[in-house]
Design a protein around this ligand. Structure first.
Ligand code: SF4
Length: 626
């Protein structure tokens, strides 16, 4: 019978010195109570949470929000002094479970994760959201709309709708901080979790913002409270049939409308640059936008000398959409143009809202909605990847010429319409073209392991093995057997870079985080999968157990460097300190794996790939095993 082989190798300890000692200097910006200061986007999210009276910060590191955990780490003293709990969960779903538990008391809790982390968390979020809140639960998700460092296109707006959470999309850096508090207020009022959408540009960018005093919570790690279980409303907190259908109705008819009311009260949705027109004098067009796309839109209009000249409906809450403000906006303009990143979600929902209003007689005319497609064959806003100001300028110039310049002229005349400065448009087009044609003479290269990374040793040895093991003469001479074709399963971590030269032979598929081993179920080839230590605790344990149970012929190569290296060296369960520098029990991967393997004949080996000779021998053993 085939036996899985679990091989654990030890790599250098990469923990930053400060983390090992738990020493960081106090950053006074995080206690600043007034005035202004400059912060990165991730810093603003933490400062926003502090200004909101948060008791619990949790989540799982992933770009573009991994820096949030570094910020928490750097502010460990501030958090500990005020009893604010901060914990990195083993995975995103567990962080949502923490939020769920927190809402048995009157506390505010927040979780941070990347878009694919929200996928992992979605099961927990769906049920926790319906169980409701006390003081508020906010889930901050980071979308990498350009897929710079995320394996699948990110658009968390769809998932927020799927699990019935209100969705807030801050646009400016001031909003990025301030609306964290708005999200908590909405969450508490609506008895729902609130998803808080940020994008890579916002999280990794930064700006100068006005500050408020921090609010330190009453319930903290310093002043513990025992829950009175008599006061826990289990009917509410335990979401199960037959009540689920009733909760669904209540969510649609009461809780989401309450979220909308609260968003109105907080002024999250606004009509900007409204024109004093009505009836036949409506302005020819207006834009609807949200989040980063809104910032890009205003920037683009500014570059075109049109800032403040065209009405814009800015949606701060994009789920649910406020039908009243959409109607009010539609009454002021002839046509709506939706500017959003990714697929036409706002566009389709606004189309549906206005069509319904027209059918019901709530509005007297049919309003054209454009977005991914512009009228008369003009190219609309791209549905794939992200947006930036240059892309918008390129799309808006033909549209604005077509729609505004023809109002009183031909569109070709430089005298056409005082609003549209065709000479300026022409200069802008020339500039865009010149920028696009710029060639920067830098060598192209694919991502690769850091110099000195132990993966280099490991991968080089595997390359040698695969080359030799596919050579019939070599195998006959050295191992008295035929060639062996090894399948390498990919996983999420630095080792994802095995896809690129010179290692593509070492990655044949990619499922998702911690699922590499599962990709091999039913395959007869010898199999290898790489796994990081954070991934091991995230979900890798389940994959290894699955392989053992199903007698998969596979070797797991587990990186044990006691840190989440790829996202910036956050602590893992294998480390001796938590994110606040508190001592914790360091879980030993080898012992955990041994626990799964039990008394089976599965080999568990701890080794260092730097010693290539020994490392190669260890690797060859499971591959040669009949
Ligand atoms: S590539 Fe990843 S594992 Fe290797 S040294 Fe760099 S951060 Fe560490």
């Amino acid at each position: 019978m085939k036996q899985p082989v679990i091989c654990i190798r030890v790599l250098i300890n990469q923990l930053p010195r400060q983390l090992r000692r738990g020493i960081y200097e106090m950053d006074e910006r995080f206690t600043q109570a007034s005035g202004t200061h400059v912060y990165t986007g991730c810093e603003l999210l933490v400062k926003g949470a502090l200004e909101s009276g948060v008791s619990l910060l949790t989540g799982y590191p992933g770009s573009p929000l991994a820096e949030v955990f570094d910020v928490i780490q750097r502010n460990a003293e501030l958090l500990k002094n005020n009893g604010i709990v901060a914990q990195i969960a083993n995975n995103e779903a567990l962080s949502i479970a923490r939020l769920n538990g927190s809402q048995m008391a009157d506390v505010r809790a927040i979780a941070f994760m990347k878009s694919v982390g929200l996928h992992v968390a979605s099961d927990a979020l769906a049920i926790s959201n319906l169980a409701g809140t006390t003081e508020g639960a906010v889930v901050v998700v980071g979308d990498d709309t350009w897929s710079h460092s995320t394996q699948v296109p990110a658009d968390s707006r769809f998932l927020a709708r799927h699990v019935y959470t209100p969705l807030i999309e801050p646009s400016t850096f001031q909003e990025l901080k301030d609306w964290v508090n708005c999200a908590f207020q909405i969450s508490a009022a609506a008895d729902l979790y609130v998803c808080y959408l940020t994008t890579e540009n916002q999280a990794s960018g930064g700006g100068n913002v006005e500050l408020q005093p921090n609010i330190y919570p009453d319930i903290t790690g310093l002043k513990r409270v025992n829950l009175d279980t008599e006061l826990i409303d289990a009917d509410k907190r335990v979401v199960l049939p037959p009540h689920t259908a009733q909760i669904e109705t209540e969510t649609l008819q009461e809780r989401l409308p309450t979220a909308l009311e609260m968003a109105r009260h907080l002024g999250l949705n606004t009509i900007q640059f409204a024109r004093e027109t009505s009836g036949k004098n409506r302005f020819p067009l207006g834009f609807v936008s949200a989040g980063l796309a809104h910032s890009c839109l205003l920037h683009a209009l500014g570059e075109l000398n049109l800032y403040g000249d065209i009405p814009v409906l800015k949606l701060g809450m994009t789920h649910p959409i406020d039908a009243d403000i959409v109607r009010e906006f539609a009454e002021q303009i002839d046509e709506i143009y939706v500017v959003e990143e990714k697929r036409p979600l706002l566009e389709n929902e606004i189309k549906a809202l206005l069509t319904q209003m027209y059918q019901d007689g709530g509005i007297k005319r049919y309003v054209n909605i454009w977005g991914k497609q512009f009228p008369d064959g003009l190219a609309g806003i791209p549905a794939a990847s992200g947006l930036d100001t240059s892309i918008l300028i390129q799309k808006l110039i033909p549209l604005l010429k077509h729609r505004l310049a023809t109002e009183s002229g031909t569109g070709d005349s430089e005298e056409a319409d005082p609003l549209v400065d065709l000479r300026h448009f022409s200069r802008e087009e020339t500039l865009q073209k010149a920028v696009a044609e710029q060639q920067i003479a830098i060598p192209q290269r694919t991502p690769t392991f850091c110099p000195g990374c132990p993966h280099r040793d490991s991968s080089s040895v595997f390359l040698e093995i695969t080359r030799q093991f596919m050579d019939a003469d070599y195998m006959k001479k050295h191992h008295a057997s035929g060639p062996v074709d090894i399948v390498f399963h990919g996983d999420i971590g630095c080792y994802s870079m095995l896809k690129y030269e010179p290692f593509p032979r070492l990655m044949h598929n990619l499922s998702a985080m911690a699922l590499g081993g599962g990709s091999g179920a039913g395959i007869d080839n010898k199999q290898i999968v790489f796994m990081g230590d954070s991934t091991f605790f995230h979900g890798g344990l389940a994959a290894i157990s699955d392989s053992i149970k199903n007698n998969q012929d596979i070797a797991y190569i587990i990186l044990d460097n006691q840190t989440t290296a790829m996202t910036g060296h956050q602590p893992t369960p294998a480390g001796e300190l938590d994110i606040l520098g508190n001592p914790t029990f360091a879980q030993d991967i080898e012992l955990v794996a041994q626990g799964l393997a039990g008394s089976s004949e599965i080999d568990i080996v701890r080794t260092n790939p730097e010693d290539r000779g020994h490392y190669k021998k260890y690797l060859e053993k499971p591959i040669l095993k009949p």
